[in-house]
Design a protein around this ligand. Structure first.
Ligand SMILES: Nc1ncnc2c1ncn2[C@@H]1O[C@H](COP(=O)(O)OP(=O)(O)OP(=O)(O)O)[C@@H](O)[C@H]1O
Ligand SMILES: [Mg+2]
Length: 387
């Protein structure tokens, strides 16, 4: 059980202020015209997890344009019903900076953004993700890691440590060259990268194995609508951790990093590591790589993965993640939509859904909370509310 009981936005995108209370651990349906502010609410929720949210935005872009002059920084605050009881998570812009801060029960969170993954997991599907299988590997890697956060809350902290060490190493190499002025510091950073890098790869492998087991258990009637995917992680370190003991892989990665200092000082990155890995998806029944499937097939595959993830996480950790489904309903035919709603209700999790047409959600009348969005204002839709 982990869901959002209430949500407050301040100076966020097109909202001066918004207050959603008594949210159910079930469907929350947001309807309204184009540009009303539906996706913005989902984006606000996505900031209750680490990263740059569902639009990969810059922190300053989120600031409500009308209040920028008064310099009241944007914030998102939520009361979470978590496995540890009620917890208030707040996040927002840090003064004038392009930086965001996280508070847990009013105090600056130790561990920063990663602290949120202890209390809440959030996973989303947006129209932009229709191109996930065509996109650069970084998009799929982010999607994979976000799914891993829900499975293994420590994953986010490891990612941060790895990325920080990689960034500092790149800076040292660029400033001082491969010989370096401080070889001990360089080696220490590479040791951190090797250690966290192997842990990241191992967590991804472990997760994908579990997810695939979950996919295999998908009932046939669901598979008929959301086809089965075959998933694997492609990456040098991930392939090594499957065959070689972790400590040995760590030594290998450290050695490789040391050897690639010359090259890395020119490129500004690191030649090998889990920051290069990719998630490979195959449409199992057709044995077809996802990027070569039809648009509709790709969408169905992706929804199938998210639903299998929800079921697996619910089984492993007691609660599925909060789902943000931006305009997902509109692109499914009536049958598929009915199956989707049935699975979502079975997951017993909180699902925020958006659409321009309220009729799409009529099967959820009485079980969901319906809200109308109008130019940055939210109000309850009378006909939809029952529960
Ligand atoms: N920083 C900001 N300050 C004020 N308004 C903003 C800011 N950023 C975005 N907006 C506006 O917020 C509005 C609502 O955007 P949003 O993406 O939430 O719409 P939507 O309801 O999801 O529409 P659609 O149905 O087209 O997807 C847009 O008109 C956008 O221009
Ligand atoms: Mg939208």
């Amino acid at each position: 059980m982990a869901w959002i009981k209430s949500l407050q936005l301040h100076h966020f995108r097109n909202y001066a202020a918004a207050d959603l209370t008594d949210l159910p651990c079930g469907p929350v349906v947001l309807c309204g015209a184009n540009g009303a502010g539906k996706t913005n609410v989902l984006e606000a929720v996505s900031f209750l997890s680490p990263g740059r949210g569902l639009r990969t935005a810059r922190i300053v872009e989120l600031q409500n344009r009308d209040t920028e002059l008064t310099a009241a920084p944007w914030s998102v605050s939520a009361l979470i019903e978590s496995a540890y009881g009620p917890v208030r998570i707040g996040t927002g812009r840090d003064g004038q900076d392009d930086k965001r801060v996280v508070r847990v029960n009013g105090d600056a969170a130790k561990g920063g953004q990663s602290a949120m993954t202890e209390y809440l997991s959030v996973l989303w599907l947006t129209p932009q993700m229709d191109r996930l299988f065509q996109d650069a590997s970084s998009a799929r890697r982010k999607f994979l890691d976000r799914m891993v956060f829900a499975f293994d809350p420590g994953h986010s902290g490891r990612m941060t440590r790895y990325e920080n060490a990689m960034r500092q190493r790149a800076r040292l190499l660029q400033e001082a060259g491969p010989g370096g002025t401080d070889p001990a510091w360089l080696s220490a950073l590479e040791a951190t990268m090797a250690e966290t890098g192997v842990a990241i790869a191992a967590a991804r492998q472990d997760f994908v194995r579990k997810l695939q087991q979950g996919v295999e258990r998908t009932p046939a009637d669901i598979q008929a609508h959301f086809p089965k995917a075959r998933l694997s992680v492609r990456g040098t370190v991930e392939e090594l951790v499957r065959r070689v003991p972790a400590l040995e892989v760590e030594d290998m990665l450290r050695y490789q990093l040391q050897e690639s200092r010359g090259l890395d000082s020119k490129t500004g990155g690191a030649a090998t590591g889990p920051h290069k890995s990719d998630l490979q998806v195959i449409y199992d029944l057709k044995n077809m790589p996802a990027d070569q499937c039809s648009t509709g097939e790709q969408k169905a595959l992706l929804i199938g993965i998210v639903l299998a993830h929800g079921r697996m996480i619910a089984a492993e950790r007691g609660a599925a993640p909060v789902l943000l489904l931006d305009e997902v309903a509109a692109h499914l035919d009536e049958n598929r939509r009915a199956v989707l709603y049935r699975i979502l209700l079975d997951l017993k999790t909180q699902v925020f859904m958006t659409g321009t047409d309220e009729n799409l959600f009529s099967p959820l009348t009485g079980v969901g909370r319906f809200l109308t969005v109008d130019s940055g204002h939210l109000k309850a839709t009378t006909q939809g509310i029952a529960a």
